[in-house]
Design a protein around this ligand. Sequence first.
Ligand code: GDD
Ligand code: MG
Length: 321
Amino acid sequence: MTSAILLVGGRGTRLSPITDQIPKPMLPIAGLPVTEHQILAAKKAGVKTLVLATSYLAEVFTPYFGDGSKWGIDLRYAIEKEPLGTGGAIAHAAAELNESEKETVLIFNGDVISDHDISAQIATHQKSSADVTLHLIQVEDARAFGSVPTDSQGRVIAFLEKMDQPITNWINAGCYIFNRAVIDSIPRGIVTSVERETFPALISADRRIFGYKENSYWLDIGTPLALFKASRDRVKARFSAHPTAHIDSSALLSGGTFIGAQATIASGATLDNCIVSEGAVVAESAHLSRCFLAPGAIVKSNAVYKDRYMSIEKNLPITFI
Ligand code: GDD
Ligand code: MG
């Protein structure tokens, strides 16, 4: 396994207004963008070349990730002028890889935090001589996901994206291993969905599509509820802070709150399950719960907010569905 494609071009509508300026994959979870968590996981599985398939707010990724050398990875960018859908994005990004780099490609939905064993998924792919191997996890309610029934050998028998009555609660966890032939078969320059078009077509054509089942920690951060849950889960303590943050000793931080670089939390402030970006300031005795502070946001003293998004220009409610 030498290469990967991360699908980071979606609009992130369900996370508006947070995603109006920050693309979903760049949202910080325990101080690191989701994309960085994925780059680290890919690297651990031996990935050396990685393409970011961007579209919406594409310009935000490059200043942070550069050429990838900071992570010891060869990082490339494929920018779609108009979003090409998940399939079109894969075909477009694959053009950045040479023939040998395309041999076996790891593909990640860019909004997923997953602790599953990517190396074991690759091993399953090779053992089953599969064309595509999908990571599957079991959830209570599969309606918001791709429902993926398999046979006793683990072979995928159908791919049913977002059904009212899913036939199994094993779902597509958004991490795939693709063979070159499959990547090359996706039409270029056309809007296509892997979930609604490519996978069902491959299954109908009797291609070898397999599931790799592993129920480890997994979360799609695509809704406000999931974003704040992921942050709480990954901070793994009452709070965590960047070493350059200034936090007054009388401030009370809880619920997996994260305080970013150069941010300031003044005396008597309380923050529960909040995400505070770099350079943000929370003044004396402000009380915040489940708030997202964008870089440089300022919260006045004695302010009381719950479920809010604050940036330099905006202060808006976040709707938790
Ligand atoms: N480059 C690019 N271009 N990326 C895209 C595009 C596009 O046109 N459209 C979506 N993406 C990226 C999004 O940024 C996201 O990281 C990923 O593709 C999946 O899109 P979502 O919009 O988050 O899809 P979803 O969460 O409703 O459903 C998908 O993920 C589920 C697991 O979280 C599907 O793959 C489901 O089958 C799956 O169960
Ligand atoms: Mg998603």
